[in-house]
Design a protein around this ligand. Structure first.
Ligand SMILES: Cc1cc2nc3c(=O)[nH]c(=O)nc-3n(C[C@H](O)[C@H](O)[C@H](O)COP(=O)(O)O)c2cc1C
Length: 175
């Protein structure tokens, strides 16, 4: 069944070319609100979002991830986590901050796609450089960054290559 949500999930693509047109504030707020509404373990919400719109600040971020399409997008959002605020599983000490931050990022990416805006999760940035540029204090980490803006290219309509469901869903036990 092709629900509105599945259509949105299919429509969202990683966008690596952006128009310089500004993102209206109402749309930016809507994307950030989607992140705020994301679930988190024990509802700890151990995240903060940094919105970088200033030209010079975005250009500086280019030192942490040297792709023009990244910093030339009109907005960059960095999803930060505070592991000390996150839920920790008692059995094995597993800290869920990274998971929670990923959920916030995913919510924002899907909300952006619904608004016709492009995003691309950036994980391959230099964390030390990004921390310094964003002025992060100790105890705050970056889960990921994304450019946000209007796509300069039409998203490829091909159905993305994903492992078939039959190979993805296990029955009863692993394998
Ligand atoms: C955790 C994570 C890190 C990623 N890091 C990068 C990155 O540094 N640079 C990049 O161009 N794409 C990055 N991507 C985007 C993936 O390459 C992309 O989501 C994947 O190829 C599937 O394509 P789609 O997003 O168009 O469906 C990242 C995605 C995730 C989820």
């Amino acid at each position: 069944m092709k629900t509105a949500f599945l259509q949105l999930a299919e429509q969202r693509r990683s966008v690596r070319a952006y128009k310089p047109d500004p993102v209206p504030d109402e749309l930016l707020q809507t994307v950030l609100e989607a992140g705020r509404l994301a679930p988190s373990a024990c509802n700890k919400q151990p995240w903060r979002f940094i919105v970088v719109r200033d030209d010079a600040a975005r250009r500086a971020l280019g030192a942490a991830y040297a792709r023009d399409w990244f910093w030339k997008a009109p907005v960059v959002v960095a999803v930060c986590i505070l592991p000390k605020e996150a839920w920790v599983r008692a059995y094995d000490g597993q800290n869920y901050a990274m998971v929670d931050g990923a959920l916030a990022m995913d919510h924002m990416q899907l909300a952006a796609a619904e608004l016709g805006l492009g995003t691309c999760w950036i994980g391959a940035f230099d964390p030390a450089a990004a921390r310094a540029i964003l002025g992060l204090p100790d105890g705050v980490e970056i889960v990921g960054m994304t450019p946000l803006g209007y796509p300069a290219v039409e998203p490829n309509p091909r159905v993305r290559s994903r492992r078939p469901l039959a190979e993805t869903v296990m029955k009863e036990r692993w394998g």
